[in-house]
Design a protein. Sequence first.
Length: 278
Amino acid sequence: MKIISIVFIFILSVSLQANEKPLIFNFGLINQSMDIYSKKDLNISMGIWLHEVTKDIGDIHMQLYNKPKKAAEDLANGKIDYVSAFAITFVKYFDTSNLQDGFTGRFSDFNKSRFVILTKKKFDVQSVKDLHHVKVGIQRNDEIMHMYTKLYIDYSKIIDYKHRSRVLLELFFSKLDVAIVPLNTFELSCDLNPQIKQKIKIVKMTKYTSNILGFYRKDFPKKEMDSIYEQGLKVFSTPKGKQMMNLYKIETLVHTELSELDNARELYAKYKKIKGKK
């Protein structure tokens, strides 16, 4: 979330410079997907950075939300124009009739953001069905994978970690039976430590992703939406833009469609149904 937000602010500042009339724009960030960061430090640093980047070119306001429900209410009431969050957050707290398609930054290869189920190669495991009474490690804010684990994995315990890299290391040192992280996290760890690739294997690549999605409020003008996106694409041609994209590992900008919530919505419905029977 922090990565996408910083890139988005920069893109927005570029688009504002391209407009004859400064754009008034309010957007919300949800703390749920940033809980590994200090809220106080994030508010201060983002506030200072936002002021420096956008001074004299437009009126932009950032609202940091502790409660997704409040963000949903403000969007419905027109107090914010755009919201970034995980798919599951939109599914749980937002009325999608108040949303329309938006855009976000992500990897060019969509598969890199998909969650993978990992275990040790020494185990005779060919599919998720072969996992029995296992200790599963997941990053603290990967709520969608908590649901997935409870629905589809025979687990004995789910352990939360602050960082995904820590989840992998715990599996590597046999403190876990299963680790669930995005594919890009696994690949990066293998590049840094080839022994990880020698000892750990992918059991399954899920259809669920770690992507942050961004949506506009329903009545936000399409002309402004198109302008922001088009100017955002031009970031890649500027030295500062390329530097920022490389720094934060954002390879491209893409439109986000409401249909991207379908997988999370389906999983959440199954989870609520099973939970209701217990």
